[in-house]
Design a protein around this ligand. Structure first.
Ligand SMILES: Nc1ncnc2c1ncn2[C@@H]1O[C@H](COP(=O)(O)OP(=O)(O)O)[C@@H](O)[C@H]1O
Ligand SMILES: [Mg+2]
Length: 228
């Protein structure tokens, strides 16, 4: 998948670090319109397609903020995400999501607003994964979640990646992303500031120092450092 270089319209969105990551995710997902550049999966151009067309082409996004339909149940929120699928695919997609997040089964008839942050994150991840995408872009997986919850989610994303799904994880905590990733990108103001192996960033953390990524994070004292 390629997404180069995207220069979106002014977004209402104001991220904590202004690197342009949420804008990138929303633009790839068709929520924002790029003013220049192209988005493609292989030879299939997705630039300026509608969100549902992008989803059908195998690209799912998990926007920041765990936005669910608060008055609908977990089941209903997942069913909404399968609306473009045939009955068979919808059924197998939901079964697949429940294999990844078995915890959701006992919360099945609970309204989304009553879930914990970690459960809500599971539902939005499940919404993206029910359509069995080839690529999934996850914006701020760990934001506002306790480290133990992040520890629960990380192996599932790793398992999804192992099945051949391309996972782009946007993370304020570099160690969470670098522990999972093969390739790392550092974005600054919407431009790729660094691109290389995740291992190299782990070996040479000074490469991150100039980036926004660690601007508000103490690399030594962060609780999530102990994760990986
Ligand atoms: N490629 C870009 N070109 C121009 N402005 C951008 C670009 N990407 C982001 N911005 C602007 O920068 C601000 C922060 O972007 P955002 O995507 O929220 O950053 P992040 O999620 O990394 O904190 C937004 O106001 C957005 O409109
Ligand atoms: Mg953001």
């Amino acid at each position: 998948m390629t997404a180069v270089p995207v220069c979106p319209q002014r977004s209402q969105h104001r991220g904590p670090n202004g690197a342009g990551t949420s804008t990138l995710v929303l633009t790839v997902g068709g929520v924002l319109r790029p003013t220049a550049g192209t988005i493609a999966v292989g030879d299939v151009e997705l630039t300026r397609r509608r969100p549902e067309q992008i989803r059908t082409a195998g690209v799912a996004i998990v926007p920041e903020g765990r936005q669910l339909l608060p008055n609908l149940t977990v089941e209903e929120n997942l069913r909404v995400a399968t609306y473009a699928l045939g009955r068979q695919d919808a059924r197998s997609g939901i079964a697949h999501a429940l294999e990844l997040f078995p915890e959701l089964e006992k919360r099945w008839r609970i309204t989304a607003r009553s879930l914990s942050g970690g459960e809500q994150q599971m539902v939005v991840l499940a919404q993206a994964l029910v359509s069995r995408p080839r690529f999934v872009l996850v914006d701020e997986l760990s934001l506002g979640l306790a480290p133990i919850v992040v520890q629960r989610l990380v192996p599932t994303l790793e398992a999804v990646a192992t099945t051949g799904v391309g996972v782009l994880l946007i993370e304020q905590f570099a160690h969470v992303a670098l522990g999972l990733a093969q390739t790392a990108y550092v974005l600054e103001r919407g431009r790729i500031h660094y691109h290389g192996t995740a291992q190299r960033l782990k070996d040479e953390p000074e490469l991150l120092q100039s980036a926004y990524l660690l601007r508000n994070v103490d690399p030594g004292g962060d609780a999530l450092d102990t994760l990986l």
